[in-house]
Ligand binder design. Structure first.
Ligand code: URA
Length: 233
């Protein structure tokens, strides 16, 4: 593989910035200074360094973002900032969000360039668990718990799978789902006469925001990545 491609895949910098790395004598292979991006390397054998730091090759990256309000789940948008802007300095090719949270929804959003896993996790057959915390516009009724357990029918007659509603107080609840229809939580609540006025995703699969502030992300460790891959088995 060409060394410039390797460094670009590693998400180190943009292609033009990487070109400059060579001119600026910042790149070594097995401690030999490299001046040209076209030099071939073997990532399994050679030790590649930039500024004397070893650059590890990773084909896939996985992050959890604590999505703040006001950001759209898109790669580009004409009107609003996007969730991908938090990752723009990483220069990772094909990095994207797994599923969508609405502009005003906060919480766990998985970001990866592993398209196969990402697509699988949002497909209906994956049955990935999601837990949302929600606030509604009027007092909640205990009867809702059974309605959600039996399966809500949306206003367009679409039937939802059984879901677990836990009432926290008069206007706050958590909702556990194993599917991910468009605006699902808001549409489920609307079909039983409530408007959702605040929504946070607390959990996706087993992933949480840990102690992240809004707009911050962490990279998944090996154990977490393997656990996600197990969904595909
Ligand atoms: N359901 C919604 O209605 N909105 C979200 O952002 C996520 C789930």
């Amino acid at each position: 593989m060409r060394i410039d491609k390797y460094l670009s895949n590693a998400g180190l910098a943009s292609r033009s910035e990487i070109k400059r790395f060579f001119k600026d004598k910042r790149v070594t292979v097995n401690d030999q200074l490299i001046r040209q991006g076209k030099i071939q390397i073997d990532p399994n054998i050679d030790i590649i360094k930039v500024d004397n730091k070893v650059i590890q090759y990773k084909p896939y990256y996985y992050f959890v973002l604590n999505k703040p309000k006001g950001y759209v789940s898109a790669n580009e948008d004409d009107k609003y900032p996007t969730v991908m802007e938090f990752f723009s300095n990483l220069h990772i090719k094909d990095l994207t969000h797994v599923g969508r949270l609405d502009k005003d929804t906060t919480g766990v959003l998985l970001i990866t360039n592993d398209g196969k896993l990402g697509h699988f996790l949002i497909s209906p057959k994956s049955n990935v668990k999601k837990i949302y915390s929600l606030t509604v516009d009027k007092d909640l009724d205990d009867l809702l718990i059974k309605q959600f357990k039996d399966g809500i029918t949306l206003e367009n007659k679409e039937k939802c799978k059984p879901a677990k509603l836990t009432i926290i107080n008069k206007r706050k609840a958590t909702l556990e789902l194993t599917e991910g229809k468009y605006h699902q939580v808001k549409r489920m609540m609307r079909s039983v006469g409530y408007e959702v006025i605040a929504l946070n995703r607390d959990l996706f699969a087993f992933l949480t925001i840990k102690n992240l502030k809004p707009g911050k992300y962490y990279e998944l460790n090996e154990e977490e990545i393997n656990k996600l891959r197990e969904y595909m088995r």
